[in-house]
Design a protein around this ligand. Structure first.
Ligand code: NAD
Ligand code: ZN
Ligand code: ZN
Length: 362
C-alpha cells in the first residue's frame, strides 16, 4: 500500500509502498479516506530535536484520519465493515491506576499513533477496537478527519462552564478556531480570539467570534475595552503555546478566573505567579481527549448544528503531500486535509458508502 513514511533521519517524508498492516487480536482495519496535517507531523517532517529524540525509524506518520472499516477481528462487537470511523490516536495501557479507574486520558504509558507506532497517512491503518470511534451521527469524511484536534478543542473548551461567560482564546490555529466555534455554540457571552495572523483571524470571524484581535498591532487590553469588559475574562483557553500570550492572558483574567492550557510551550518561561495567587486563578493543563466523553461531546455538538466547515481551508491529494505540508507549515491557513480516497493498490476503492456522507456542515 501507499504510505507517507519517515524513512531516514533527515528532513522530509517519503511516499512509498509498504506492506499493509496486519489485523491483530481485538483490532480493526480501516481504509483511510482523509487525513489531517497536525503540528506533530510538521515536527516529524522537519526532524527537529523532539523528533530526533522520540522517533524510531522507519515510521508511517499521521494520526488524524477518517476511514471505512474493512476488517474486524473475531470477538470485536459493535463495529462493522463499512462503518465510517475516526481514531483515538492515544493507545493506553489499560493497567495503570488511571486506566483502571477509567481515566484513560491520564494513562502514563500512552503510545501515540504515527509517533510511537505506524500511523494513518496510508491506505490502511489498524487500531485496537477500543480506539475506534464509529460515527453514528452522520458526518462528512473531511469533518470526521478533524476529530483528533477537534477533540483537543472540545476537551479544553468544556473544561470550565462557558454559558454566559466572557472567554479569551489565545491562538487562532486550527484548534483555537474550533474552540472558538464551540465556545460560541455553547453560549458564551463574548468570545475574543487573538493571533498574529490576519488570515487566521479572518477565519475566526467566519466562525462567529465577538472580536478577533491581532496582537502584533493591538492588544488584549484594547480588545477588552472594545467589548466593554470591566473586570476581565472569566475563562481563558490558551491555544498558542506562546509565552507572551500566556502572560497577557494571566494579566487579563477576572479574579477567580479559570484558564485551560492546551498550547505546548517550546521551553520554560517565567510568569507572574503573584497574580495567579492573589487573583486566585485556576490553571488546568489539558492533554489529548477524554476517552470517550470528549468524543461523545464532539458528535453531539455536530448533531446540534456546530459548523466546522470554515476551519478546513485546503485540500490536497496525498500525492501532493509536499505542497500540503508546505501550506500547513506556513501557519496562515486553517486545517489542511489530504485525500486518500483514490489510492487503490488493493481491495476497496475508497468510495463512500451510503449513509456515511450526509453532512450539513461540510
Ligand atoms: N495538549 C495537547 O494535547 C495538544 C494537542 C495538539 C496541539 N497542542 C498545542 O496546542 C496549540 C494549538 O495547536 P494548533 O494546531 O492550532 O497550533 P498552531 O501552531 O497552528 O496555532 C498556534 C497559533 O498561535 C498563534 N500565536 C503565536 N503567538 C501568539 C500570541 N502572542 N498571541 C496569540 N496567538 C499567537 C500562531 O500565529 C498560530 O496561529 C499548539 O501549541 C500545539 O502544540 C496541544
Ligand atoms: Zn494532531
Ligand atoms: Zn494506563
Amino acid at each position: 500500500m501507499k504510505a507517507l513514511v519517515k524513512e531516514r533521519a533527515e528532513p522530509g517524508l517519503w511516499l512509498t509502498d509498504v506492506p499493509e498492516p496486519e489485523l491483530g487480536p481485538g483490532e480493526v482495519k480501516i481504509r483511510v479516506l482523509r487525513t489531517g496535517i497536525c503540528g506533530t507531523d510538521l515536527h516529524i517532517r522537519k526532524f527537529d530535536d523532539w523528533a530526533r529524540h522520540t522517533l524510531e525509524l522507519p515510521l508511517v506518520v499521521g494520526h488524524e484520519f477518517s476511514g471505512h472499516v474493512v476488517e474486524v477481528a473475531p470477538g470485536v462487537e459493535d463495529i462493522s465493515v463499512g462503518d465510517l470511523v475516526s481514531g483515538e490516536g492515544h493507545l493506553v495501557c489499560g493497567k495503570c491506576r488511571n486506566c483502571m479507574a477509567g481515566r484513560r486520558h491520564l494513562c502514563r504509558n500512552t503510545v501515540g499513533l504515527g509517533v510511537n507506532r505506524n500511523g494513518a497517512f496510508a491506505e490502511f491503518v489498524t487500531l485496537p477496537a477500543s480506539n475506534v470511534w464509529v460515527h453514528r451521527v452522520p458526518v462528512h469524511p473531511d469533518i470526521a478527519a478533524l476529530f483528533d484536534p477537534f477533540g483537543n478543542a472540545v476537551h479544553t473548551a468544556l473544561s470550565f462552564p462557558l454559558v454566559g461567560e466572557d472567554v479569551l482564546i489565545t491562538g487562532a490555529g486550527p484548534i483555537g478556531l474550533m474552540a472558538a466555534a464551540v465556545a460560541t455554540h455553547v453560549g458564551a457571552r463574548n468570545v475574543m480570539i487573538t493571533d498574529v495572523s490576519d488570515e487566521r483571524l479572518d477565519l475566526a470571524g467566519k466562525l462567529g467570534v465577538s472580536l478577533a484581535v491581532n496582537v502584533s498591532r493591538s492588544s488584549i487590553a484594547e480588545g477588552m475595552r472594545q467589548l466593554h469588559l470591566r473586570e476581565g475574562f472569566d475563562v481563558g483557553l490558551e491555544m498558542s503555546g506562546n509565552p507572551t500570550a500566556v502572560r497577557d492572558m494571566l494579566a487579563s483574567m477576572t479574579h477567580g478566573g479559570k484558564i485551560a492550557m492546551l498550547g505546548l510551550p517550546a521551553e520554560e518561561f517565567a510568569v507572574d505567579w503573584s497574580t495567579v495567587v492573589t487573583s486566585m486563578i485556576t490553571i488546568k493543563g489539558v492533554y489529548g481527549r477524554e476517552m470517550y466523553e470528549t468524543w461523545y461531546n464532539m458528535s453531539v455538538l455536530l448533531e446540534k448544528g456546530l459548523d466546522l466547515s470554515p476551519v478546513i481551508t485546503d485540500r490536497f491529494s496525498y500525492r501532493d503531500f509536499d505542497a500540503a505540508f508546505e501550506t500547513a507549515a506556513g501557519g496562515r491557513t486553517g486545517k489542511v486535509i489530504l485525500d486518500w480516497s483514490d489510492a487503490s493498490s488493493s481491495g476497496e476503492t475508497g468510495g463512500e458508502p451510503a449513509g456515511a456522507t450526509t453532512n450539513r456542515s461540510a
